[in-house]
Design a protein around this ligand. Structure first.
Ligand code: NAD
Length: 367
């Protein structure tokens, strides 16, 4: 019986609420599919600060190091907002986790069911069948990490700040590979986004990507787009894309634009894959909803658990190689929401809204 060993880091506010429903769905699936779940909870974010004095306690990191994957909720909120920026839950928990596991590839599906087009700020006529694309963001390089990164005082008394954008061939090739593998399981179409008309790093990016696809994935239709155009095209006709992939800062912005056109954050999952392999020889990854801790609705039992449940499905797919089981969870979410019309408040649009637990019950019923 395959054993799924993962660390559960629920985090703060709605994090634990949606995490317990995702675990209930996983328990149901495990029973049906003959899988053994082997997971332990650990504090992270604000819970880490409150209970251990830091956002990523050593014991939490140690638990993650022994696991094959991390199922993450979300961290942060008003309670810790007055802390210095470097100690804030998100920065002090997620960045070290990304660093510790070299989580270089963020995969965010942009999925909007055709029955939920009301949730999108785009006109339904532009997305009659909803949206189905994937955005892949390089997560450990580029301007967020490049050195030098300084603020200095000039002789004339002005302040000057410098960020440095750096990429090397190997970093570009490994994210290109993730985009190619993702596209192979979908429409075999990849659009690489850069700013090669202005930036040196983008000139290298475009050259390396072109050569990499020509050599390793000639069957995939590769195109290139400048980031300013990509931002427009996402709003104009998102389904022209299949897999969109780009460097860290462009991906930060485009993946959030994609999230907003797909409606509620409560529906969007994500995976961050590391360079390392887990004990099964598969990519170690951190799987989390695209949204945050939603303090405005926390404690009311009304948060949408779908993003967390879909993140658990991504964990089964990427870190445990259980594509068929992941497919079943994704199909059950779609059937519960789109076919059965079971909706939490964020996606109700005039329909009666159910709570977190009832939403998960509907998904379990479909499973
Ligand atoms: P947010 O994503 O928490 O909330 C934005 C809006 O989306 C809110 O109206 C919220 O109610 C709604 N929403 C989000 N998830 C939902 C769900 N599952 N069901 C229903 N509605 C949902 O963004 P924010 O308010 O800007 O941030 C709140 C806190 O979360 C901040 O402290 C921020 O730093 C943190 N945050 C953490 C992460 C992370 O852990 N990766 C990501 C983003 C924000």
């Amino acid at each position: 019986m395959p054993t799924l060993k993962f660390a559960v880091l629920p985090g703060d506010y709605i994090g634990p609420e949606v995490m317990s429903e995702a675990l209930r769905v996983l328990a149901h699936v495990a029973k049906k599919e003959g899988l053994t779940l082997d997971y332990q909870h650990a504090d992270v974010g604000g819970a880490g600060i409150d209970n251990h004095g830091k956002a990523l306690p050593d014991s939490t990191l140690a638990l993650c190091q022994q696991a094959d994957a991390i199922l993450f909720g979300s961290v942060g909120g008003p309670k810790w907002e007055k802390l210095p920026p470097k100690e804030q839950p998100e920065r002090a928990a997620l960045l070290p986790l990304r660093k510790a596991f070299n989580l270089f590839a963020n995969i965010r599906p942009g999925l909007l069911y055709s029955d939920l087009t009301d949730a999108s700020p785009l006109k339904t006529a532009r997305i009659p069948n909803g949206i189905d694309i994937v955005c892949i963001r390089e997560l450990t390089g580029g301007i967020y990490f490049g050195q030098p990164k300084t603020t200095t005082k000039l002789e004339n008394g002005e302040e000057q700040a410098i960020d440095t954008m750096v990429y090397k061939t190997s970093e570009i090739e490994r994210i290109a590979e993730v985009a190619a593998v993702t596209a192979k399981a979908r429409g075999k179409k990849v659009c690489s986004v850069d700013k090669a008309n202005v930036l040196e790093t983008s000139v290298l990016w475009r050259r390396v990507v072109t050569a990499y696809f020509a050599k390793h994935h000639p069957e995939i239709a590769l195109s290139h787009m400048y980031v300013d155009n990509a931002a427009m095209q996402l709003a104009r006709d998102p389904n022209q894309f299949d897999v969109l992939f780009t460097e860290n800062m462009f991906g930060d912005i485009l993946s959030d634009e994609m999230a907003v056109i797909c409606g509620s954050l409560g529906m969007l999952s994500s995976a961050s894959l590391g360079t390392g392999k887990n004990s099964l020889g598969l990519p170690f990854g951190l799987f989390e909803p695209a949204g945050g801790t939603a303090p405005d609705i926390a404690g009311k039992g009304i948060a949408n658990p779908c993003a967390q449940i879909l993140s658990a499905a991504m964990m089964l797919r990427y870190s445990f190689g259980l594509d068929a089981v992941a497919d079943k969870i994704e199909a059950a979410v779609r059937l519960a929401v789109a076919t059965d019309g079971v909706r939490t408040g964020d996606i109700a649009f005039g329909k009666p809204a159910v709570g977190t637990k009832a939403m998960a019950d509907a998904i379990i019923a479909r499973l």
